[in-house]
Write a new protein. Structure first.
Length: 456
């Protein structure tokens, strides 16, 4: 698709055949573009999403939860029996082309499966293992198709589907033939007599291929979301052909906040998993869940720090450092007063960034007004807050083998990146040489903003 860039001149600006959008606005085509982060806000309640929207403008989208047994997205306001999918419908009603994260779970509510409780009591690993097998065999295809119908009904929305979330070998790979796990015992999760990772991998692959190949849904991307242990990520990984993003949840311990001293501001396991995702399997990184925690039963230092404005800003700054360090492509922040929804206040508190002036100011400066972050567009056409993200965005004119920058100010700074995020060229001024034909897509940033995807 072509975009007009000057009188009588055009240059090809596209990714995978989808028109590129203006700087600062999330779209399906920009997911995973190096140097950008699509911002999502959770989770599950219309009132909180609306309050965030009024404080900061629309994010790129929202976060939702469902489980495979009831074949629906059903947590929070989405589970309102009088108005099913209430939050999803609300997001669709207030913004264009949202990016929506959905968790499809079967570790939640396994009592709804065909496998009864066993001698292991509250430990559900053996039953989850068996449900993995059921899914891979096609037993839940009708439920998968029902969720697929929700996705198909919203073709303009892009769904980032977590095919289970926070998966571990302990909870997903424990063989039914093995003894029940005992408290305080250190197990070897490479021991084939108790652990078998193949059923989860097969279940993930079955869900992904059914939605992608059988139902042929073009608006679904697949997210692999392990716990932060590298062994869990490596051993449960279902394969490059069915994974679009590798995700982690990041809470206090994951960013070494407070009493959890893990040698810096990023836990070593988090670092190892994201480095592996970047350097070994070459997948965009995603923070699928993140939220400040009060942890009132933890160290006095952490209780005191978490209660102060400076402590919360420190927490947010650590999380932002993960985004920058690992070029995180999607960040979901849970902007919620957990206590008002029945969560244990020992572990969960009010994580709404708009609830305090210090965190609100930090969020505006370091997220909403930062050109790294791709936000949403309301139906009225406003991106972010008061349209501030649109100021200073210029146009392009192609002249032979050069691209001329127009309207970007005096001596704009530009950087040309390849698809891996490596710098191809950088400079100052209003002209740059286009990549050689056949060199692949490039991504252009001007004055720190994502400006365009360029195919020579």
């Amino acid at each position: 698709m072509k975009r007009r860039i000057g009188p009588g001149a055009t240059v090809l600006l596209l990714i995978a055949g989808v028109q590129a959008t203006s700087a600062g606005t999330a779209s399906r085509s920009l997911l995973g573009v190096p140097g950008t982060t699509t911002l999502l806000v959770g989770q599950t309640y219309v009132g909180e999403y609306d309050a965030y929207r009024h404080a900061f403008g629309v994010p790129a989208g929202s976060s939702h939860y469902g489980e495979i047994y009831s074949d629906r997205i059903n947590q929070g306001d989405d589970g309102d029996p009088a108005r099913p999918l209430r939050l999803l419908d609300f997001v669709d009603s207030v913004q264009d082309s949202a990016i929506v994260e959905v968790a499809m779970s079967w570790k939640d509510n396994p009592d709804l499966s065909r496998h009864p409780r066993d001698a292991c009591g509250d430990f559900v690993g053996k039953r989850v293992y068996q449900v993995n097998q059921d899914i891979a065999s096609g037993m839940y295809d009708a439920q998968i198709d029902s969720l697929g119908a929700v996705f198909a009904h919203r073709p303009a929305t892009t769904f980032l589907l977590r095919i289970e979330y926070e998966v571990s070998r302990f909870a997903f790979s424990w063989k039914p033939s093995a003894s029940c796990p005992a408290s305080g015992v250190a197990y070897d999760f490479t021991d084939a007599s108790i652990i078998d990772n193949a059923p989860y991998r097969a279940a993930f692959r079955h869900v992904a291929t059914r939605l992608r190949d059988t139902l042929r849904l073009p608006n679904v991307r697949f997210v692999f979301h392990p716990v932060r242990g590298f062994g869990d990520a490596h051993d449960l990984y279902p394969g490059n052909d069915v994974v679009d993003f590798v995700a982690l949840s990041l809470f206090d311990d994951d960013i070494c906040f407070g009493g959890h001293n893990c040698g810096g501001s990023i836990d070593g396991n988090v670092r190892q998993v994201f480095q592996w995702a970047r350097d070994s399997v070459h997948k965009p990184r995603m923070i699928a869940e993140s939220s400040w925690q009060p942890l009132n039963n933890d160290t006095a230092w952490r209780r005191a720090q978490g209660a102060t404005d400076s402590g919360r800003v420190d927490w947010l700054s650590r999380l932002r450092a993960v985004v920058d360090t690992f070029d995180v492509a999607v960040w979901t922040y849970i902007d919620s007063d957990w206590r008002s929804h029945g969560w244990d206040s020992t572990w969960w508190g009010d994580s709404r960034v708009e609830s305090r002036s210090a965190t609100s100011d930090w969020w505006k400066r370091h997220v909403v007004q930062d050109s790294r972050f791709l936000l949403g567009r309301s139906h009225a056409g406003t991106t972010g807050v008061s349209g501030s993200r649109s100021e200073g965005v210029g146009s392009f004119v192609r002249e032979g083998s050069e691209l001329c920058l127009r309207g970007w100010g005096i001596s704009p700074h530009w950087t040309l990146l390849d698809a891996r995020g490596s710098v191809r060229a950088r400079g100052t001024g209003d002209r740059l040489s286009l990549p050689e034909p056949g060199s692949g897509a490039s991504f252009l940033r001007v004055n720190g903003r994502f400006a365009a995807a360029v195919l020579p």
